[in-house]
Write a protein that binds this ligand. Structure first.
Ligand SMILES: *Cc1c(COP(=O)(O)O)cnc(C)c1O
Length: 372
């Protein structure tokens, strides 16, 4: 089946008991079993598994082309869920432009277990190869990256990882499987913040790992999730499954709006650069064309006038909302450096945009008046 069809039907089969066409929401924390704990339908307790969570996992595994998926309470819980499976003393390559939470895990928590990371430019394969150490167990990629929209060649990274005996995990939050399927390109697992495009309406948190194979990391991550309780709630799973069904249609519109906004902004004199992989001038454009079906709804812009110009723009928008997060139906902008705490790494002249599903002309009019 094709992607659009899978998005609607995988995990969303009619309810066997009632015939309900919309997937039912099972809130039960516990499941009746026999006197010696015999399970009736495989379920025992919600912290391990529940039919609604299972439906979402079936859907996500199908959409990413993986064997199994695990759903978590948030994207960060999913990220941590994978990283806590690393052996003590492991070394990891992470992108120098990446989600702040990934950097925080490596600064604050993983060093206690002797796990270290080297930040590299993942679009530079020579730099990636040179940073490998004998104890490098994992390459963690994020492409396109946050907030610079850098593009890494997933197939090439998979080859490098394989040759080194390391694994490759790709944070696929920005692209979603509607645009990019890292497992088909050789990644071992994909991570998602389903809070973003899967949920799609800025009203639900969730995360997921999708594994190419039900390998030992999958088994370990599933066990750890069961014991530590980081699983997604049934209600959140239900909302994210609902979101997944319209993901392909929404992504097409996000991409169209973002592409035209990127083109509009790239000719504006106040703007020094527009970071969007759909622009032929983007350094990762050729690789993005090769590995993505379209270029996504995220972009960032950098102002010639520095931080002041960026903040002035942010204070003038009316249709775009100043808020963090992304992937919802509404357009958001954010001065990233201001939200990164004490040691911001994003350029001060940078504004990140999550382009929503409003009418393109209203978005462009808003940008025009804010840029005046
Ligand atoms: C939001 C985000 C995360 C973290 O997910 P949460 O659901 O907020 O915990 C991780 N990676 C990327 C690329 C994100 O955008």
């Amino acid at each position: 089946m094709r992607f659009e069809t899978l998005a609607i039907h995988a995990g969303a089969e009619a309810d066997a008991e009632t015939g309900a066409v919309a997937p039912p929401l099972h809130m039960s924390t516990t499941f009746q079993h026999g006197p010696a704990g015999e399970r009736r339908a495989g379920y025992e307790y919600q912290r391990e598994a529940n039919p609604t969570q299972d439906r979402l996992e079936t859907c996500l595994a199908a959409l990413e082309g993986g064997e199994r998926a695990l759903v978590y309470a948030s994207g960060m819980a999913a990220m941590q869920g994978y990283l806590e499976c690393l052996a003590n003393g492991s070394h990891v390559l992470i992108p120098n432009d990446c989600y702040t939470g990934l950097r925080a895990l490596f600064h604050e928590f993983l060093p206690h277990r002797g796990i270290t990371a080297t930040a590299v430019d993942m679009s530079d394969l020579l730099e990636v190869r040179a940073a490998l150490r004998p104890e490098t167990a994992l390459i963690w990629a994020e492409t396109p990256s946050n907030p610079l929209l850098a593009v890494a060649d997933i197939a090439a990274l998979a080859e490098i990882a394989k040759a080194h005996g390391a694994r490759l995990v790709c944070d696929n939050t920005f692209a979603t499987p509607a645009l990019q399927q890292p497992l088909a390109l050789g990644a071992d697992a994909v991570m998602h913040s389903t809070t973003k495009y899967f949920g799609g309406h800025s009203d639900v948190m969730g995360g997921a790992l999708v594994f190419a194979q039900a390998d030992s990391v999958y088994e370990q991550a599933a066990h750890r999730r069961h014991i530590t309780g980081s699983i997604a709630s049934p209600f959140n799973s239900w909302l994210i499954l609902r979101g997944a069904r319209s993901l392909p249609a929404r992504m097409a519109w996000h991409c169209r709006n973002a592409q035209l906004i990127a083109e509009f902004l790239s000719s504006h004199p106040a703007i020094e650069s527009v970071n969007y992989p759909g622009l032929p001038t983007h350094p990762g454009h050729a690789i993005a064309r090769k590995q993505m079906r379209d270029f996504g709804g995220m972009l960032s812009i950098q102002f010639t006038g520095g931080r002041e110009a960026a903040l002035r723009f942010a204070s003038r928008v009316k249709v775009f909302t100043n808020a963090t997060s992304l992937g919802g139906v509404e357009s958001l902008i954010e001065h990233r450096a201001s939200t990164e705490g004490a040691n911001p790494v994003s350029p001060q002249n940078l504004i990140r945009m999550s382009v929503g599903l409003e009418h393109l002309d209203d978005l462009i009019d808003d940008l025009k008046q804010a840029l005046l």
